[in-house]
Design a protein around this ligand. Structure first.
Ligand code: 2PG
Ligand code: MN
Ligand code: MN
Length: 556
């Protein structure tokens, strides 16, 4: 049936008010203690939203099944968070889709696997991706099943190119994950399969850049994975990770690239003509750059030196419009009819802005994993260039001020009905595990919110301030009773990852109908309820299949 794009009018809420949608990345709600950087930072604006009118501030779920993840033990992340915020419905996400395809065995029957399988007789199967059980970009148990399943279906030579994590999991956990996969590979070798780790490196320094912030990151990976060249050479992956971690200031996220070599010093697993390659991350943003390097004939981002003729498949397809990669093992979620598309088609002129490292979050993820404009005459997306080549604790203010100023200008220009932004600080600096820097980051985000809300005030607009998942509000690993969990040396363990905490949603502004307030009758409100809410703030009712709105209008 053809989609009817016309949204019904909201019975009471007016149209043509400017609506500012502000997403604080990695800004959850947690009890106040010294590891809660949001609590420790001076955040007068966010505090005033929370402590102001109780019916204009609420908490929503941002993790687990509320955002389409396999279970409520799964922390939230930007991809699923922004998908839910923008789409207004809960879609089974990559992690869950891969689980299902593995459980049913469908993954082995579909086109993607059969395509790479053609190389098994003569070539090597290479698997490239993030090795951890974080469940944000990939999951170790899925990789284990993939290796096992491929070997049972004819792969005789398997090479793993691993990226160490320390961002979705504790720093230092790379050693255990490498041990686990090395055990699996040793078992396979016992069964006559030539299976080894061939290369590696830390995810933030090797391969997993995003939104084209720094192609050097991808090049370092290419050199190790494809060309078999890296500054560090080891005979085993375990030795590599342990040795490189022992360097001063080393951590899993930023390990330098390494290759595994044989006794003669030759790399054991460069990618050559006739091989098959699978990038096993299900999440797109940090794999799509490598996918381009592997698949595009015309490519000028770095000198690939040698471009092997391979059969390549992604775990998922990472970009539906570019059809990239062309082959994939599991179909990605099909997220259509997003709130952004509806609103633009109903005349809402839209501005979206963040800095590079989060730019795709308020555009690509928000719009259901779709790049570009729905209607370029009504939309403007601005990317503020991020710093590259640094860890963000060195510049914790990031580009918050620039994003806020561009957004203020957009609001005051009168050219837009919606401005939508992501402020990355709490998340990006939270991931470094640097508590003092994260406190500075949270303050900077709060200052940016002030600039935006002041502009909303000036034009008589409305704001909705929320977050995509937690991070900065809890920087320590905790035991079941909520106390910091100590490691075997009796030290606390810094939490670099996202959390399971709920996130705030605050509404207000002079344009907000005086009777508008949060409902108390929604059982478990989540991020997917925000889209219908924003549509209401623009004076529309959401489509029937959207998760219900968070607000109601009391007669006044
Ligand atoms: O940096 C990233 O890739 C993830 C954590 O793995 O964070 P976010 O989901 O906030 O983008
Ligand atoms: Mn995020
Ligand atoms: Mn994050």
């Amino acid at each position: 049936m053809a989609t009817s794009w016309t949204l019904p009018d909201h019975p009471t809420l007016p149209k043509n008010k400017l609506v500012a949608v502000v997403v604080l990345d990695g800004w959850g709600e947690a009890s106040a203690d010294q590891y809660n950087c949001i609590h420790r930072a001076e955040t007068p604006i966010m505090d005033s939203l929370k402590n102001g009118a109780p019916e204009k501030w609420t908490l929503v779920k941002a993790h687990g099944t509320a955002v389409g993840l396999p279970s409520d033990d799964d922390m939230g992340n930007s991809e699923v968070g922004h998908n839910a915020l923008g789409a207004g419905r809960i879609f089974a996400q990559g992690a869950k889709l891969v689980d299902a395809a593995l459980a049913s065995g469908k993954i082995w029957e579909d086109e993607g696997f059969n395509y790479i399988k053609e190389s098994f007789a003569e070539g090597t199967l290479h698997l490239i991706g993030l090795l951890s059980d974080g469940g944000v970009h990939s999951r170790l148990d899925q990789v284990q099943l993939l290796v096992k399943g491929a070997s049972e279906r004819g792969a005789k030579r398997i090479r793993l190119h691993i990226l160490t994590d320390g961002r979705d999991v504790l720093d230092g956990s790379s050693v255990g994950f490498v041990e686990t996969i090395e055990n699996d590979l040793a078992q396979l070798r016992g069964q006559g399969v030539d299976a080894r780790v061939a290369s590696g490196g830390g995810r933030m320094y090797v391969t997993m850049d995003r939104y084209e912030n720094d192609w050097d990151v991808v090049k370092r990976g290419w050199d190790a994975q494809v060309l078999g060249e890296a500054p560090h050479k080891f005979q085993s992956a375990l030795e590599a990770v342990k040795t490189l971690r022992a360097e001063p200031k080393a951590n899993d996220q930023y390990l330098p690239p390494f290759v595994i070599v044989d006794e003669s010093g030759k790399s054991v697993g460069p990618i050559v003509d006739g091989d098959a390659v699978v990038t096993f991350n299900f999440r797109a943003d940090r794999m799509v750059m490598l996918a381009k390097a592997l698949e595009f004939a015309d490519f000028d981002k770095f000198d690939r030196v040698r471009v092997p003729k391979i059969k390549y498949a992604g775990m998922l397809q990472y970009d539906g419009e570019l059809k990239l990669p062309n082959k994939f093992l599991v179909s990605p979620p099909l997220i259509e009819r997003t709130s952004g598309e509806y609103l633009v088609k109903n005349g809402v002129r839209t501005f979206a802005c963040s800095e590079t490292v989060k730019f795709g979050h308020v555009t690509f993820f928000w719009n259901g994993n779709r790049s570009g404009y729905f209607d370029e005459t009504k939309e403007e997306y601005i990317e503020v260039p991020s710093d590259s080549g640094i860890t963000f604790n060195e510049q914790p203010k990031m580009k918050a001020l620039e994003i806020a100023e561009k957004t203020r200008d957009a609001i005051l220009s009168g050219k837009f009905d919606q401005v939508r932004i992501n402020l990355p600080n709490g998340d990006m600096v939270g991931h470094t595990g640097d508590i003092e820097a994260t406190v500075v980051a949270c303050k900077a985000a709060d200052e940016a919110v002030k600039i935006v809300l002041d502009a909303v005030e000036q034009v008589g607009g409305i704001y909705l301030v929320t977050a995509d998942h937690g991070n900065a509000e809890d920087m320590v690993k905790r035991n079941k009773s909520g106390q910091p969990a100590l490691d075997k040396n009796g030290s606390i363990q810094i939490l670099t990852s996202h959390t399971l905490q709920p996130v705030p949603v605050a509404i207000g502004g002079p344009g907000l109908h005086p009777g508008a307030k949060f409902r108390s009758d929604i059982k478990t409100p989540g991020l997917a309820n925000v889209a219908a809410t924003v549509m209401n703030l623009h004076g529309f009712l959401a489509p029937d299949d959207y998760e219900t709105t968070l607000i109601e209008v009391a007669a006044k």
